[in-house]
Design a protein around this ligand. Structure first.
Ligand code: CMX
Length: 477
């Protein structure tokens, strides 16, 4: 199995794959006047044919056998395979993750997205609106189309009063991610898909109301996230969404940072790079799995958020800051490399992970970490916490290598994000994963639309008991 899976991984690293074959069938010029929904309606029939062709040509080819070890996960400290690791099992069109190179959104790397996607006037970071267009269509939108999305999302941004009340009644001690998941799940009250299903919509039309729900979901997240932030950390008062501002500007305003252009630029970059990380990660896969039961996008993404709230996944951005602050308390600011090394070793010896380091797929420094580091070098090169993050980067990988367990000793996206937010005054680390969640909605929503357009079936992998595995092999030996 190792050989066949390796060849598939190598194939995905080929220049051909890196050039973005996934979007080859999409036209490179986007009709200037079309809305996202119009454009999707044009693309769907061709994509249905494309999938039919792939299946006719390759449908009966093997993707490689599965080892029993891959079912179990923990095998032994020296030969550990995490549960379902590497099993090819999902179609996810928005992005593909290469272990060495990192993420590509519809074939485009992060630097390419930074270069090609439309920006705000005077800005240099991509607008997440453009990234969403890219995820959904495989095409780079025009400035007008991106502005159209900003306007559309601002117009859809209001949340129902009862959802506001749910949030207002949450105790401030309830973790922001739990509040976030509650509110997103409750949006299902007004789901266009759920209503259309009850009204007997035909399967071929599922994608239309799913698209409307996906747009509503993304549009309403700023008001939910802003309300949680203001309730837990402020006076509960929320400014209004400005119909003429872009998504990130409105989000920053809801937190109270709308006047700070550098922070707004940070959010544009932040949402773009956190939006999608192919389909197998816990939040993305959970959204797809739950969506496969035809649960509407609010129910599906509410479930995604509960996965993102785990410390091995999105909560790691909170954990990194907690860990850095504890380090500063223990060894002081401007600590020596020797003191930092001792602190890292004490973390490992205490049976804990070093948050922000390691990855299930990546085997190099995460390009999302690099993009944030470049932002920091440009905007906050002398920030003391940024310097500490750089110092930790010079120390942790060697220690993880020496400890000999982690397959990837390099930093992931979460090692850097909290430092940037803290610099601009968003210091409440329990809130950081909410921002990750706002961003991740973009990738999950894009895939949910396509899953309904292509008629993705109910997910149902096969499980076995240990006794059944023993019997299968006994019977065959
Ligand atoms: N610190 C200490 N030990 C680590 C480690 C780290 N940063 N990363 C991996 N290891 C350990 C694992 O805990 C595992 O130990 P056991 O065999 O005792 O269980 C061993 O090394 C092998 O793990 P792996 O195959 O390299 O890693 P996994 O694919 O199982 O897990 C991840 C990946 C991200 C959960 C893990 O690297 C980790 O816990 N990192 C710290 C938490 C973190 O930063 N998570 C965020 C990831 C990005 C995201 O999703 O947002």
């Amino acid at each position: 199995m190792a050989a066949s899976l390796r060849s598939i991984v190598q194939a995905s690293r080929s220049p051909f794959a890196r050039a973005g074959i996934a979007s080859a069938r999409f036209s490179s010029t986007v009709p200037k006047q079309s809305t996202l929904k119009d454009r999707l309606a044009e693309l769907i029939p061709a994509e249905i044919e494309h999938v039919k062709q792939i299946r006719a040509q390759h449908g009966k080819k093997s993707f490689g056998p599965v080892l029993v070890d891959q079912l179990y996960g923990h095998v032994s400290p020296s030969s550990r395979l995490s549960s379902m690791r590497g099993l090819p099992a999902l179609i996810w069109d928005g992005s593909v993750l290469d272990a060495e190179e990192g993420i590509r959104f519809r074939g485009k790397s992060i630097p390419e997205c930074q270069e090609l996607l439309p920006k705000a006037p005077g800005g240099s970071e991509p607008l997440p609106e453009g990234l969403f267009w890219l995820l959904v269509t495989g095409e780079i939108p025009t400035q007008e189309q991106v502005t159209g999305l900003s306007r559309d999302w601002a117009a859809r941004a209001a949340i129902p009063e009862f959802v506001e009340e749910i949030l207002d009644r949450c105790p401030p001690t309830l973790h922001p991610m739990s509040q976030f998941s509650l509110a997103v799940t409750a949006l299902n009250h007004d789901s266009a898909f759920a209503k259309a299903y009850q009204d007997g919509i035909s399967k071929k039309d599922y994608w239309g109301p799913t698209f409307e729900d996906a747009m509503d979901l993304i549009a309403k997240l700023p008001n939910i996230a802003g309300r949680i932030y203001r309730n837990v950390f402020g006076d509960g008062k929320l400014p209004a969404i400005d119909l003429h501002k872009d998504y990130s500007h409105n989000l920053a305003t809801l937190f109270g940072f709308g006047e700070n252009e550098a922070f707004v630029e940070l959010l544009r970059l932040y949402i773009t790079i956190h939006s999608d990380h192919e389909g197998g990660n816990v939040s993305a896969h959970t959204g797809k799995l739950v969506g496969s039961a035809l649960s509407d996008p609010f129910l599906a993404f509410g479930a995604s958020l509960n996965g993102l709230a785990g410390p091995l996944h999105g909560l790691a951005n909170q954990e990194v800051l907690v860990w850095l602050r504890k380090m500063q308390e223990k060894i002081g600011e401007n600590a020596s490399d020797v003191a930092v090394k001792e602190y890292v070793w004490s973390t490992l010896k205490g049976g804990q992970v070093v948050p922000g380091y390691g990855h299930a797929v990546l085997r190099k420094t995460d390009p999302r970490y690099v993009a944030q580091r470049e932002f920091a070098l440009k905007h906050l090169p002398h920030d003391p916490l940024f310097r500490l993050v750089g110092q930790v980067y010079n120390i942790v990988p060697n220690i993880l290598l020496e400890a000999g367990k982690a397959k990837n000793p390099w930093p992931n996206v979460d090692a850097h994000s909290g430092v940037l937010l803290t610099h601009y005054g968003l210091t409440q680390m329990q809130f950081y994963t909410v921002l990750f969640g706002v961003s991740r909605a973009f990738g999950v929503a894009a895939q949910l639309i396509w899953d309904r357009a292509l008629g993705a079936p109910l997910e149902r992998p096969k499980s076995y008991s240990s006794a059944a595995i023993e019997k299968i092999f006994r019977d065959h030996e």
